[in-house]
Design a binder for this molecule. Sequence first.
Ligand code: PGA
Length: 251
Amino acid sequence: MARSRLPLIAGNWKMNGLRADALALARGVADGVRLAGWKDREVLICPPATLLIAVAEAVAGSGVLCGGQNCHVGASGAHTGEISAEMLSDSGASHVIVGHSERRADCGETDAIVRAKAEAAWRAGLLPIVCIGETLAEREAGRTLGVLEAQLKGSVPTGATSAKLVVAYEPVWAIGTGKTPTVAEVAAAHAHIREVLTGLASDAGALRVLYGGSVKGSNAGELLSADNVDGALVGGASLKADEFLAIAKAA
Ligand code: PGA
């Protein structure tokens, strides 16, 4: 892992957490991060939007960063039920996940929409984490690298730099399944992603590319050791403070 790329361990809580448990989890993560005193990695948690303000307050001063899981492309207006990047920022977020495969699948988010959401994040001063990843059928058809390339070219806005973008590679078949690619498969995907990014970002060598999909304490060390992996996007294992902190420790 190049020293210029500060590892980022991001927890995506998805649609999990009611106030009491979520605040206990946030405090657990904050306590662990405060104790560890890491200067060589970043730790981010992305709670449901309903909990963002409370979680941001609970972790204030610990070094733990907060992010949203999605945003609308607009800043405000008649979009019932939607949340803008500006609202996330106003609630204490510094980051926002865009284009997660669950949103691509459940909400029909296309590369063009993901790209517009990343631009909305920039407009609001947030750092977007753009997610890409192949399905099992695409992998079995030998199309993984082509799919990743097309998603990147469609989802990364013009003007991307390492300071303005994080990419997360999440094979759809590895999310929430307990299955992971081999370290060699992860390294091959990440090498290709970095190569494609060379044409999309002025300083692609410094841009962080996270791996996501069934990362847990026991496999984080191995997965994060793959070339060009600059951290993890963690779903299920981010819902337990000890497990999430073990992943952060492995970074
Ligand atoms: P998982 O989810 O860690 O539960 O596989 C990862 C993600 O969807 O970001």
